[in-house]
Design a protein. Structure first.
Length: 223
């Protein structure tokens, strides 16, 4: 039996018979990775992996300019017995950690899958905020919407063209950045973002994040 298959079997047992310890969780690996919540192993619904890969690459290419590091699916200890695995995690260049994150990163990004619900994602976002993450972004490819968590709710980003705090283009809205749905052998392909517009969205987000003298990126402006 492979190690991965062994881990999967152990996870199934943990869900029905006994709780795991943090040490057992940290010694185990899965692909895709799983989360640890109060002794239980929870599978993650995978969001659109193309968007995840593109965002990771975009942040990585800008890592020197923005003084950040980008990671897909990096374990993050939000509480003593809770480990989450954001789809994309952005840390400051100077942040130090080994196998997993123990201090609030700069940004956590989650990409919804068809199985995810906004209510469940809002609960996870609240956990991120309680941990100390100030910038939490939720991307919903199916609904073609993007949200940011404000501490009270998930607020839809109404305009993707904001060039800075308080400035936007009234002639374009968030739906402009989504590609057209296609069909192949009767199966609807996931809506995809035009790469150029997604780049502009993230770059504008980061411009907002670092603007107005926000110390170490720990504040953000309203969109």
């Amino acid at each position: 039996m492979t190690e991965q298959a062994h881990n999967v079997g152990m996870a199934a047992q943990a869900n029905t018979e006994e709780l795991w310890t943090v040490r057992e969780y940290l010694r185990s690996t899965w692909s895709p990775d799983r989360e640890f919540v109060e002794g239980r192993i929870e599978e993650r619904n995978l969001g659109e992996t193309i968007i995840q890969g593109y965002l990771t690459a975009l942040f990585w290419n800008k890592r020197t300019e923005w003084a950040i590091r980008a990671f897909p699916e990096l374990r993050t200890q939000t509480q003593s017995r809770r480990f989450r695995v954001p789809d994309v995690l952005i840390t400051r260049a100077g942040d130090k950690f080994e196998r997993y994150v123990t201090h609030p990163p700069l940004i956590a990004i989650e990409i919804l899958s068809p199985e995810d619900t906004l209510s469940a994602m809002q609960a996870k976002a609240a956990e991120y905020r309680d941990f100390g993450i100030e910038n939490i972004w939720i991307i919903d490819p199916t609904a073609r919407m993007v949200y940011r968590y404000t501490g009270a709710a998930l607020d839809e980003v109404k305009n993707w063209r904001a060039a800075g705090c308080g400035h936007s283009d009234p002639h374009r809205d968030q739906r402009d950045v989504w590609g057209t749905g296609q069909h192949l052998n009767g199966q609807r392909l996931v809506y995809w973002l035009r790469a150029n517009d997604l780049s502009k969205l993230v770059i504008n987000w980061m411009a907002n994040l670092w603007s107005s003298g926000c110390e170490e990126g720990l504040c953000s402006c309203s969109w």
